[in-house]
Design a protein around this ligand. Sequence first.
Ligand code: ADP
Ligand code: MG
Length: 248
Amino acid sequence: VEAPASTEEAVLAGGPKTEAGKSLIQLEGLTKVFETEEVETHALSNIHLTIRQGEWVAIVGPSGSGKSTLLAVLGLLDTASRGTYLLDGRSVLELSPSDRALVRNRHIGFIFQSFNLIGDLTVFENVELPLTYRGMPAAERKQRVERALEKVGMAHRARHMPGQLSGGQQQRVAVARAVAGDPLILLADEPTGNLDSKNGEAVMQLLSELHKGGATICMVTHDPAHARVATRTVSLFDGRVVQDEQRR
Ligand code: ADP
Ligand code: MG
């Protein structure tokens, strides 16, 4: 028997409205195995992790420890092999690819190390695109894009193409794109990794302001100083959580 196709409304129907301290992300026994013909890699092994509304979590660990895989699963860019993932109380791993994309687009803001802006769209259009996918009316899109670009100090570059901007400016636009839709959580995989220290600090300052404004953030970082800015540090080693330090 096939499960009935879910309507967009059913997929996106929220639980209770989010409130401070409420658990936004809950992973139970999450395992991710990459299988190729020769080898099986346990990128994530039996991860239990709860992220609450308003937290700023830094994910740290050596190269290959599973940080990017964890973030990709949290961001619904990848699936898991075993375990459960509740996003705002809703089980999301068994969703169909199209429903998963719907939930991702509506509830997740993702910031990549390499910015990932679309080169032949303007700054404005880049920030607008996820809102368009969501079916938001043009007038509301315009308002949201302008507000997001103002938030990151890039309103004066709305008509520029990404290639006309510095790396630091591109990452600010990527942050605007990630927050324009008011996601439940902001995920960032080494957001300062491709930036010099001055631009890196500017992006950290921006994340700091978003956090003060109530945003929930989960960020992969190599930089111990950046991890210390977060409210909590989760350390991975060989696909396992080996330390979980709450700072405040
Ligand atoms: P980190 O971000 O901490 O450096 P990753 O999450 O990228 O680590 O990788 C964790 C492990 O999973 C590594 O051993 C890596 O080689 C492996 N891995 C990651 N992505 C893939 C993939 N698409 N196919 C096969 N193995 C992968
Ligand atoms: Mg990585």
